[in-house]
Design a protein around this ligand. Sequence first.
Ligand code: SF4
Length: 417
Amino acid sequence: MEVRDKLTILADAAKYDASCASSGAKGTRPGSQIGSTEGMGICHSYTPDGRCVSLLKILLTNYCIYDCQYCVNRISSDTPRARFTVDEVVSLTMEFYKRNYIEGLFLSSGIIQNSDYTMEQLIEVARRLRTDQHFGGYIHLKTIPNASQGLIEQAGAWADRLSVNIELPTESDLVQLAPEKKKPQIVDTMSGIREKIDETKEEQKSGFKPPRFAPAGQSTQMIVGATPTPDLEILKTASELYAGQRLRRVYYSAYSPIPHADARLPGQSPPLVREHRLYQADWLMRFYGFDASEIVAESDSNLSLEMDPKLAWAIANRHFFPVDVNRASREELLRIPGIGVRSVDRILKIRKFQSLRSADLRKLRVAWKRTKWFVETADHNPGLASLDKLDLGERAKPPTTQLLLFDASTSAISGEV
Ligand code: SF4
């Protein structure tokens, strides 16, 4: 099989991994020769210093001996198969790189022969890129379930980021749909990576220059909507992993129906807004001091699809408001809808010198239309009557309008909710 045909199959097979999210777009105009968006397998990711880089995102092979029911590459699937050699991946990466298409590689794989053999192949690609080709770009390697700790350590020596996909939020979900995968083993692999990252940092602090080990940390992915497991369980699992394994990111990927799927799987994807709400809730847990069980207040343990989780929390906890921006603690300020982390830090600095008025908050670019219902300033107090209004959720909800380019880019950079 030609390398180009393999690339078609193996870049397409890699698109289900949400850790890199934008490959697969088809937008080439008929007859055009440049500006093709069909560059197979090219996606974008963020480096530790916040740069957005283009990555070649591919699988080494989509043959797999496992039978995870949600996966198009499972052994029982009749999807077309292909396998790159190590040489082919190295050469493709370098050729794409020299043409300035990509700045790095995201490499994953189905499991061939056994976990260790597959992991060795991935490591060999990264090693060859680093040593033979002197490739200094970003490398993200997926670790293979059940690969040995020694191999994971080798992978971390060559890769910038490692990821171990937990795939489904609970052990019982895995038992149902991916019986070869065990949550404790997955978490053990994450612990091994965390320990090695900690050890490397400790040595650096003590003035040594230890070999690099996954300097961009580790991440994972959870598939959403393949089982009825509610958002509360998904967020609890994410929260445990952030606290216990210090993951850089948990990615949430809405389940995509696959051909000839198991009858236990749903026939359609969950609404994309569910994935979006999970990312918002994830942000609230990591930067705003919220706990999973506080955010998910709905009786069915799922996030509201109608309203962002911070506003939904505020509506359900009206007794907490109004919060006086001139007196409240950082933790209290972070709970106000429409005020993000950067604005809270600016409020704390400014109020040392002056009392904040509503015009000052507008100058800080807080979402005043939302915020005004929940804050008290030197010249504004919404009063309990406003907070008691039955339709407060509707009034405070941001209107559904097309995002302005610059507003959207600001919030995309700051991630403020
Ligand atoms: S191990 Fe990975 S590639 Fe193989 S079936 Fe499971 S999810 Fe798919």
